[in-house]
Design a binder for this molecule. Structure first.
Ligand code: NAD
Length: 208
């Protein structure tokens, strides 16, 4: 797919700092630099917070927080050399603002990543590097599989359609809507430190 689009595809475990730096070096060599980064990798671990294992909490922080820091750090190092600014974008989550029960293992590092986005906006704005995050909720994907949607809607006694469109607009939010929000943030030249909410409307997760 990447080749079809004129790009390159690289396998990289983003929890490994050295691997992230090596991937960025390859990307910069291929494209002649780095201008826009979408830090997207993530996975959801659950459990009641007082009972979760240290191991699972650390595993979640490794992926849902530290990998975003490694990606941003590697990108910024290249952007600073280029002296042409840049744009860092992070896939946060509704969990970062409105925690779900027994989902702290996932939500805590996501909240830290939301603040990471703001910290980059603050620390690198003077160099023309913008930073932003997308807060999405309830998107069918490898993280929220069809099987999970079926189980969750059944547990709530609603249809899958009603579960997936249980928001203010009453419409299911798709991965393509999330992608669109990243594109909009990437081209919004005067926007930094912001969050684009893509959840069809959820007042409990609205940012103050
Ligand atoms: N699905 C939702 O409802 C939802 C809501 C809010 C935020 N998000 C966020 O969206 C992002 C994408 O998730 P998704 O929902 O598309 O699920 P997904 O499982 O389809 O995608 C997650 C991706 O992360 C990659 N990944 C996981 N660990 C990795 C690692 N160590 N190194 C490199 N890549 C790794 C996986 O290979 C996969 O491609 C995640 O950050 C997730 O937290 C999802």
């Amino acid at each position: 797919m990447a080749k079809k689009l004129g790009g390159i595809g690289l396998a990289c475990d983003v929890t490994q700092e050295a691997a992230v730096r090596a991937a960025f070096a390859k990307v910069a060599a291929h494209f002649g630099g780095v201008d826009i980064v979408v830090s997207n990798a993530g996975a959801a671990w659950g459990g009641r917070i007082g009972e979760v294992s240290d191991e699972s909490l650390r595993k979640s922080f490794d992926l849902n927080f530290f990998s975003h820091q490694y990606v941003a750090q590697a990108a910024v190092a290249i952007m600073l050399k280029q002296q042409t600014g840049g744009c860092l974008l992070f896939n946060a989550s509704k969990q970062a603002v409105n925690p779900g029960p027994d989902f702290g293992t996932y939500g805590l590092p996501k909240a830290a990543t939301l603040f990471l986005s703001r910290q980059y906006a603050l620390d690198y704005g003077a160099q023309g590097i913008r930073s932003g995050a997308v807060n999405a909720d309830r998107i069918r994907s490898g993280l929220l599989t069809d099987d999970m949607v079926a189980k969750r809607s059944k547990a709530r006694g609603v249809s899958e359609k009603d579960y997936m469109s249980g928001n203010l607009l009453g419409r299911e939010v798709k991965a393509s809507d999330v992608a669109q929000a990243f594109v909009q943030l990437a081209v919004a030249q005067k926007t930094t430190g912001g969050v684009a909410t893509v959840d069809g409307g959820n007042i409990a997760a609205a940012l103050r």
